[in-house]
Design a protein around this ligand. Structure first.
Ligand SMILES: [Cu+2]
Length: 265
């Protein structure tokens, strides 16, 4: 007769047993592998495909994209690992299953950890966003008195730019390098979204409501101006040319536009 009672396994023993299973070891290994792949993609590969940063705002935007790829890598990694492991252990052949597999049960601690981690990411995203936005706002306010004002109007399906202090209107967006710029964005018809890509700015263009957004281009060269809000049939073609030029070239451009009666296409 056995007179000592069988003790229930401790949480440590249960975890040890769980981690010794072949499919669990494989899943963890795959998870680490996929995580490493996503980290490499986030830090090395994606940045090569990102548009050139031509303002501090764009450098900030790209930094956020990069780091969010990295911190979400383990989540994508583990989800992909579980999918891959399930796929590798799928039933093969034509014979139907003779019995059901083990049922999936709710596991309190896992639900708790998963919710806490997801919640933490959301809080991190919100705090990061608020800090970035505050930095931009205080920079913008410092720059506001000597900013070049450009009134941006979106319409189906073109952008037009008016420089009220200079008496010039254009369909191309010319900006002098190193000069803070304030865009007053509005729409003449439906909702559009003003997106000078390389300047790291994207803001909705609404009818009857002006939205102000600011940046300072710090690199010479071409940038793309697009519409980022589905606005009708030719939305995809609603893009135009942007140029960051030297102050001298900007002055020449303005002078030429004025000589042409204040409009430059
Ligand atoms: Cu559009």
């Amino acid at each position: 007769m056995d007179d000592h009672e069988e003790l229930a396994p401790t949480p440590g023993q249960r975890a040890g047993k769980f981690l010794k299973q072949k499919d669990i070891i494989q899943t963890i290994a795959l998870g680490l592998f996929f995580t490493a792949v996503f980290v490499v993609l986030g830090l090395w590969f994606y940045p090569k495909w990102m548009p050139e940063a031509m303002s501090k705002e764009m450098v900030g935007d790209e930094g956020i994209l990069k780091w969010f790829t990295v911190i979400s890598a383990p989540i994508a990694g583990i989800v992909l690992a579980i999918s891959a492991e399930s796929f590798m252990n799928r039933r093969k052949g034509n014979e139907p299953a003779t019995e059901d597999g083990a049922g999936i049960k709710t596991h309190g601690p896992v639900v708790l950890i998963w919710s806490a981690v997801s919640g933490l990411f959301c809080v991190l995203a919100i705090v990061w966003g608020i800090v970035e936005m505050n930095t931009w706002t205080s920079d913008a306010l410092t720059n506001a008195p000597h900013a070049l004002v450009v009134d941006v109007t979106g319409s189906q399906w073109a952008w037009s730019f008016e420089y009220p202090s200079l008496g010039v209107t254009s369909h191309d967006l010319y900006l002098p390098v190193g000069v803070p710029v304030q865009f007053n964005v509005v729409s003449a018809d439906v909702n559009h979204s003003f997106w000078p890509v390389q300047l790291g700015v994207k803001v909705d263009a609404n009818r009857l409501e002006t939205t102000v957004v600011r940046t300072t281009p710090d690199k010479l060269g071409h940038f793309d101006v697009k519409c980022a809000e589905l606005c009708g049939l030719y939305h995809a073609y609603m893009e135009t040319n942007g140029e960051v030029v030297t102050q001298a070239n900007f002055n020449n451009w303005i002078a030429t536009a004025k000589a042409n009666g204040g409009t430059e296409s």
